[in-house]
Design a binder for this molecule. Structure first.
Ligand SMILES: NC(=O)c1ccc[n+]([C@@H]2O[C@H](COP(=O)([O-])OP(=O)(O)OC[C@H]3O[C@@H](n4cnc5c(N)ncnc54)[C@H](O)[C@@H]3O)[C@@H](O)[C@H]2O)c1
Length: 307
């Protein structure tokens, strides 16, 4: 990570803006020396947008960074006032004066994200932890205002949202704003060590990567009169409605898909030195080939494979 040359003229928020690395929210905060930048108000403010279990957990992670320097939860936004207040109380009990959310910095409704982000200063951090349906809108606004972002997965529930996020990512890069994502497998030292071993050839040639995730979200029961109410859909459709959270497969399997991508990148870098595989084009999907009888060698839908 780039080090500032003039310590007295750079505060911790500016340090985040000018540093060169992209890291997870807690890791970004953990990289800041607590006493290095004394000038001005050094405190990093957090705005929590989407106060469910994961959002509250993300606040806990950020506030628990060892030797992280001054940081506080400063604003909150949600559609559900009762839930937001319950989470604020629970956080206050645990983190005491690190929770500084005055009455006029608690916001409710679909515009609440803007109001919470408007309480921050450039270089502070917005935690975007609603369900995926609205993520791009929130992240885009934060980046426009020069605010660093921690965003949970999944990132959008349709291609339009994903394209919007990609454009926002380009703007973030130009501005030096950091965006970290909740795909934590990439930050696991154990996973990194495992992948390094495989890279070194401990498992020999890898012809197939396949991801399984065991578990179930349960069926979606009859919602009766609530079925077509927007706010009700946001509650009962978190996992079940594609437009809300991306659906069970993406919401849950995304970690394994991410690991396959991580491994696949690793394999590409190894394969590019193998003569006999030179003609494979890794930039486009390689179709699975059927045998002479029309049978596929490993008939598992959705797998990624090389033949
Ligand atoms: N990385 C991980 O391992 C991990 C683990 C759990 C959850 N998650 C992800 O984190 C996200 C949140 O999960 P959760 O379990 O806390 O969800 P949740 O549905 O329980 O909470 C989301 C909160 O956002 C609020 N909200 C919805 N729309 C809003 C809007 N427009 N503006 C402001 N607030 C709004 C809801 O009222 C709710 O309080 C999901 O995308 C989920 O997939 C990631």
């Amino acid at each position: 990570m780039m080090q500032p040359t003039n310590k007295s003229s750079v505060n911790r928020r500016q340090f985040l803006q000018h540093s060169g690395s992209l890291a997870a929210g807690a890791a970004v905060l953990g990289s800041l020396p607590p006493t290095l930048f004394a000038a001005g108000d050094d405190t990093i403010r957090l705005a929590l947008i989407g106060c469910g279990g994961r959002g509250t957990g993300a606040v806990g992670d950020a506030l628990s960074v060892p030797k992280g320097g001054p940081i506080k939860l400063y604003a909150m936004a949600d559609l559900n006032e009762k839930r937001m207040e319950a989470q604020r109380k629970a956080l206050q009990e645990k983190f005491q004066d690190k929770i500084d959310v005055a009455e006029d910095r608690k916001f409710v409704g679909f515009q609440a994200y803007r109001q919470a982000i408007d309480c921050l200063r450039p270089g502070d951090v917005a935690l975007c932890t609603t369900r995926a349906y609205i993520r791009a809108v929130h992240v885009e606004y934060a980046i426009r205002k020069g605010i660093n972002v921690f965003m949970e997965k999944p990132f959008a529930s349709d291609p339009g949202g994903l394209h919007r996020l990609l454009r926002a990512g380009e703007e973030a890069e130009k501005k030096g704003v950091k965006v970290a994502a909740g795909l934590q497998c990439r930050h696991s030292p154990a996973r990194q060590a495992l992948i390094e071993k495989i890279r070194e050839g401990a498992m020999g040639e890898i012809p197939l990567i396949r991801a399984n995730r065991f578990g179930g979200g349960g069926g979606l029961g009859n919602q009766r009169e609530n079925a077509n109410k927007l706010l009700s859909q946001l509650e009962f459709g978190k996992i079940h409605l594609l437009w809300v959270g991306s659906g069970h497969m993406v919401d849950n399997l995304i970690h394994q898909i991410d690991e396959c991508c991580y491994w696949d990148q690793m394999m590409k870098s190894r394969f590019q030195f193998c003569d006999d595989l030179d003609d494979l084009n890794y930039d486009s999907p390689v179709p699975v080939k059927a045998d002479q009888n029309g049978q596929f060698p490993v008939p598992i839908p959705g797998q990624w494979t090389e033949v």
